[in-house]
Design a protein around this ligand. Structure first.
Ligand code: PMV
Length: 318
């Protein structure tokens, strides 16, 4: 069975876990699922296999296999047959572009179908979320909120992509994998950052502001709260011990380029995850200008423009 999922970019971020065993987030989050970046994941269970096998973009690659095998165990049960897994991804992996979100959302949907199991959206989100917190949001399309519940998490669609067709321009400033993975980095922040507890306390306010901005399609309001929430998350990392600075000098130059565009009346705002890439969210009519400004920024190696995309889904019935 083959499934496709798009990565998502958080506008109100998840940083920190309330339960590391279950991989439950300490805070809710709001994201947009991206249309033109994808991971397609094929899962075939086969009794003759002696172990799970993973092929990534056409080559054998075992780096993600332990997490993927654990994900398949949760979806299909530990008594499942071993699996042949083929992953195809059209953007840099583990570089702060949410490749784990699309990978585990696609793996969850493909494995559920391959094991002939029916799950609700909430169940799929919890299964994907146990592998990677942000993957739960890629189960749905458009603007997605992830909320904490006593029993786990819940994902809801706040708006379909077509109802507010924003664009996201991704500026790649470095293609290598990140130095510290987000799971480890979040734990360092939770244990050591003096700002961590205020982050958790303030998150409901930021979520509420973003929710109402999305309901009203108020770009300025969403821009202000998303930039604030992003910089707050990075402040936690910077003040952690050891400090974690995911930015490089081109990241900063992209922020300056975006401030300049804003000064010229362009509707655009930035967000940055656990990596040096900058994501500029803008109105579609400004995407060409935003992409041109970021392409011309020193240190930017690639720029991709994408619309907001759809939910994770099966690609065929094979
Ligand atoms: O899902 P993870 O464990 O890769 O963590 C994602 C963390 C951020 O991308 C920085 C924020 C978010 O909400 O996606």
């Amino acid at each position: 069975m083959r499934a496709i999922a798009q990565p998502n970019i958080a506008l109100i971020k998840y940083w920190g876990k309330r339960d590391t065993e279950q991989n439950l987030p300490a805070v809710g989050s709001i994201s947009v699922t991206l249309r033109d970046l994808y991971t397609a994941m094929q899962v075939e269970f086969d009794d003759v296999l002696e172990r799970d096998e993973l092929t990534v973009n056409g080559a054998g690659d075992n780096s993600m296999l332990p997490r993927l095998s654990a994900c398949l165990d949760r979806v299909a049960g530990t008594d499942r047959a071993h699996a042949r897994i083929f992953s195809d991804c059209n953007f840099p992996i583990a570089a702060g572009l949410a490749s784990s979100a699309s990978a585990f959302a696609a793996a969850t949907v493909a494995a559920a179908a391959a094991a002939d199991k029916q799950f609700t959206i909430a169940e799929l989100a919890n299964l994907a979320g146990q592998a990677s917190g942000s993957a739960a949001r890629s189960i749905l399309g458009g603007f997605v909120e992830l909320s904490n519940r006593d029993s786990g998490i819940e994902v809801t669609s706040l708006r379909a992509a077509a109802e507010w067709p924003l664009n996201v321009v991704v500026a790649i400033t470095e293609t290598g994998p990140k130095a510290v993975g987000s799971t480890e980095a979040m734990e360092i922040s939770r244990r050591t950052s003096p700002f961590y507890s205020s982050w958790v306390e303030q998150q409901e306010h930021d979520l509420e502001t973003a929710r109402s901005a999305i309901a009203d399609r108020d770009f300025g309001k969403l821009a202000a709260i998303a930039e604030h929430n992003c910089l707050k998350m990075h402040s936690i990392m910077w003040a952690s011990r050891p400090p974690m600075v995911y930015w490089n000098s081109a990241t900063m130059r992209c922020l300056q380029a975006i401030r300049k565009l804003q000064g010229a009346g362009i509707d655009v705002f930035f967000t940055i995850d656990a990596g040096p890439q900058v994501k500029a969210v803008c109105l579609p009519e400004h995407a060409v200008k935003v992409a041109a400004a970021l392409s011309a920024t020193d240190g930017v190696v690639d720029v991709m423009t994408t619309a907001i995309g759809e939910a994770a889904r099966l690609m065929d019935e094979s």
